[in-house]
Write a protein that binds this ligand. Structure first.
Ligand SMILES: NC(=O)c1ccc[n+]([C@@H]2O[C@H](COP(=O)([O-])OP(=O)(O)OC[C@H]3O[C@@H](n4cnc5c(N)ncnc54)[C@H](OP(=O)(O)O)[C@@H]3O)[C@@H](O)[C@H]2O)c1
Length: 243
């Protein structure tokens, strides 16, 4: 089992679920956050209570390249190397085509695509040395666009392309895979109840998933999938079968 894992956007929601599960499997977790300081500290405290010196936190805005590079260096130094990088942090909001701005493009492409690329680059040395892996958290809408969210979907489509490209580029020493969630946790901006009902009706398993479903797939790719690289696992209750 890989030992040291860096998870971006790890303070809350799906990132925190990945951190808890990987930690319960014996990993040290380097918890990156941007603005959720209290949640990140609380999670780190909770995990360190279970096992001393097994969790650390670091703040960084991943749109800031110098902060990103410092995150990679500090994560590497925390326990003497990184075995797995989970690119989970993400910005998500609508950008109707006619109104989308350059600033939104830079923010959505920056957080969802540019940051995972340059974090992978910055950590490729230690990951290769440790025969490690990269897991990118995508979105089923990377392939089948979400109306009103073109820029986000383009960014996630780029991330899925990057998964396959880097799997070739970084083989044989680093495996690169992705998990593409469907409806797991509703976005934090308002979503009308009627829209939620409509989404759930289009899911064959008739329910939303849970952060644990994503965390378990991440664990599988890290721990049990030593002969898998360049793959994208959809964890979506079958939704992509009918979109
Ligand atoms: N939730 C779902 O149902 C769903 C569905 C499809 C795909 N996904 C994907 O699954 C992953 C996790 O989903 P989620 O809903 O748990 O994510 P989320 O809550 O929307 O975002 C995760 C974290 O990303 C961080 N972040 C955003 N922009 C950042 C930036 N510029 N620099 C640094 N950190 C930044 C934020 O950290 P702070 O809070 O610390 O600022 C945020 O807590 C994401 O990649 C998402 O696209 C989720």
């Amino acid at each position: 089992m890989p030992k040291n894992v860096l998870i971006t956007g790890a303070a809350r929601r799906i990132g925190a679920a990945c951190a808890r599960l990987l930690h319960s499997e014996g990993c040290n977790v380097f918890l990156h956050y941007r603005s959720s300081k209290d949640a990140a500290f609380q999670l780190s405290h909770e995990l360190n209570e279970l096992r001393p010196n097994s969790a650390k936190t670091m703040q960084a805005d991943l749109l800031d390249m110098s902060a990103l590079k410092k995150l990679a260096i500090d994560a590497c130094e925390a326990w003497g190397g990184i075995d797995a990088l989970i690119n989970n942090a993400s910005a998500f909001y609508p950008t109707p085509f006619t109104d989308a701005s350059e600033q939104q493009w830079d923010e959505l492409l920056g957080g969802n695509l540019k940051a995972p690329f340059f974090l992978s680059q910055a950590l490729s040395g230690t990951l290769a040395q440790n025969k490690g892996c990269i897991i990118n958290i995508g979105d089923i809408h990377a392939e089948r666009g979400l109306p009103g969210f073109p820029v986000y979907c383009i960014a996630k489509a780029g991330l899925m392309a990057m998964t396959k490209l880097l799997a070739r580029e970084l083989a044989p020493n680093i495996r690169v895979n992705a998990v593409s969630p469907g409806a797991i946790l509703w976005p934090e901006h308002d979503l009308p109840e009627s829209e939620k009902v409509e989404i759930l009706q289009r899911i064959p398993l008739m329910r939303s998933g849970e952060p644990q479903d994503i965390a378990k797939s991440v664990l599988f790719l890290i721990r049990d999938a030593g002969y898998v690289t360049g793959q994208i696992i959809c964890v979506d209750g079958g939704r992509t079968l009918f979109c």
